[in-house]
Design a protein around this ligand. Sequence first.
Ligand SMILES: Nc1nc2c(ncn2[C@H]2C[C@H](O)[C@@H](COP(=O)(O)OP(=O)(O)OP(=O)(O)O)O2)c(=O)[nH]1
Length: 195
Amino acid sequence: MTLILASKSASRRAMLDAAGVAYEAIPADVDERAIEAELGNSVPAHVALALAEAKAIAVANTNPGHLVLGSDSLVSVGGKRFDKPVSRADAARHLREFSGKPMELHSGAALARDGKVLWSGGDLARLHVRDLSDGFIESYLDAEWPQIAGCVGCFRIEARGVQLFQAIEGDQFTVLGMPLIKVLGALRDLGVMQA
Ligand SMILES: Nc1nc2c(ncn2[C@H]2C[C@H](O)[C@@H](COP(=O)(O)OP(=O)(O)OP(=O)(O)O)O2)c(=O)[nH]1
């Protein structure tokens, strides 16, 4: 049976396409804010994993017998979590808060079938945001809004997002939105992909 990707994310689809993974994409209908509220002050890595598992379980519940992959990414700067920007002004506010600080990008993934999580895993990337002038922020948003509206951290690393950083530590796929290398390992372990 074909793997299902429980996601509307173009970045996640692009990663699986490039890696040669066959899948069908079915967005997960989960209330991420409600799940985050239930988790309270859980550490960001745990929240990303929990959201990835919730997405995988939600789609597995309506697709019996299918293996379902869910994923989630969130950003933490100065101990504060940031979701995707809801407007250009929101993105500008985020970028001003990120300026000059280290950004932690937590990305989690989970595989589920028939209501059971069979695997989950996560990864952390650290992106060091350089000092961002107000003038740079506005010109960056002139070029990148609304394309970054669906991107946690207000950036597309493969586009002008790279201009935000003076250094990046971590796996490129984690930065793009999913710990792909760990996901591929799990798919091989589960016999979905050739070992
Ligand atoms: N193109 C691009 N997208 C990125 C980058 N970094 C993060 N993202 C995207 C991947 C995800 O679509 C999004 C993270 O938000 P979420 O984890 O909430 O996923 P989203 O709601 O987009 O989709 P999903 O919940 O999987 O249906 O940010 C990047 O550097 N480039």
